[in-house]
Design a protein around this ligand. Structure first.
Ligand code: TXA
Ligand code: MG
Length: 326
């Protein structure tokens, strides 16, 4: 259900949830001071409580109210990339409820680069928690229409046009005491850039210490409604090979249901632009459109350039969206 900005503000004030545009993907937003709103985010998405939400702010000052430590490196990151597709995870302030952080002592904060979202935070004068506005495990929305389809028009959404970045923010975890950081989720801001920036204030990049530090990282995610199959090279009798391989798959993996057509009559070949920024922008729309062509499966042919660093974040999502890699 499309709503205007004033309507969205009213709903948020009363503890409702509203889908809002960001430059990465549309988020399902709720005020962090309304437990009812936070609970509604989880129930609307059918999202498990072990997957923490990102808190969106309109300034560095507001970000500081959400965390208990704000090191120099955070200022440097925020000044370099905010507003933009970077989420900074730091020890949380006591005002941030454990519902938002899945009981963790840390919280992810981000200042998005979309006027609508920032205007709403300005008006609310309160940070907004917002995960991507899709059902758990499914493809993230990059248009208001995607949100409408995902939730059968039942969720209020402000139309802010198509998202310009197209994939979710890069998530970095800072450990101020150890003076190091880890990239928990890849995005369009590269690890090489972050590493160089970290070095200027004595921060080293390390691998994430444990699964607890990096929740919400399931094997399957971003899955379209029909199977996506990544094909690495020449496969003889592709239809037969796909049929056989799909038969061996389980019904669901980590709570995400896999769809298995009994036979393959038609295959849709999905294509992406060769330029990484454009490929990211079109990725989720392409995944959704590919699933609506009336075919039984989607095939995506892997090319040598997909192995390049600039495609890493995109290919990570393609791999998680895929039922099979042949
Ligand atoms: O671009 C984005 O980040 C979008 C837009 C709406 O801002 N949001 C988004 O949220 O992708 P979501 O909920 O789909 O992904 C949040 C992920 C979690 O699954 C987790 O991996 C990480 O961010 N995260 C959030 N808080 C964390 C924390 N305290 N510690 C570690 N990881 C955290
Ligand atoms: Mg998501």
């Amino acid at each position: 259900m499309l709503v205007s900005l004033p309507e969205a503000n009213k709903l948020l004030e009363s503890g409702e949830v509203v889908a809002l545009p960001t430059e990465t993907v549309y988020g399902l937003a709720g005020r962090i001071d309304h437990d009812k709103a936070i609970q509604k985010i989880f129930s609307t998405k059918q999202r498990p409580f072990f997957d923490p939400l990102i808190v969106h702010v309109n300034s560095i000052e507001m970000a500081k109210t959400c965390v208990s430590q704000w090191p120099e490196f955070a200022t440097l990151l925020a000044k370099t990339y905010w507003p933009g597709p970077l989420t900074i995870v730091l020890p949380k302030a006591s005002q941030i409820s454990g519902l938002i952080t899945s009981g963790l002592d840390s919280v992810g904060v981000r200042l998005p680069r979309h006027k609508v979202f920032v205007d709403v935070i300005d008006e609310q004068k309160c940070p907004l928690a917002a995960p991507s506005a899709n059902k758990f495990g499914r493809v993230s929305p990059t248009t208001a229409e995607h949100v409408e389809v995902e939730f059968d028009q039942r969720v209020p959404v402000v139309d802010g046009g198509p998202c310009t970045v197209g994939i979710e923010s890069t998530v970095v975890l800072l450990r101020p005491h150890e003076k190091n950081f880890s990239v928990l989720r890849k995005g369009m801001i590269s690890e090489t850039e972050l590493k160089q920036l970290g070095a200027t204030c004595g921060y080293e990049m390390t691998a994430s210490h444990s699964a607890i530090e990096s929740p919400g990282h399931l094997k399957h995610h971003y899955m379209p409604s029909i199977p996506l199959i990544l094909v690495g090279g020449e496969v003889k009798d592709l239809k037969k090979k796909i049929e056989e391989s799909l038969r061996d798959l389980p019904d669901s993996v980590e709570g995400v249901k896999l769809i298995r057509p009994s036979k393959i009559d038609s295959i849709h070949e999905m294509k992406l632009p060769t330029e990484p920024a454009l490929a990211a922008r079109e990725l989720y729309t392409e995944l959704r459109n590919s699933a609506q062509q009336g075919s039984d499966v989607i095939v995506f042919k892997l090319q040598p350039y997909h192995k390049e660093k600039s495609f890493e974040a995109i290919m990570e999502r393609m791999t998680k969206a895929a039922s099979l890699v042949l």
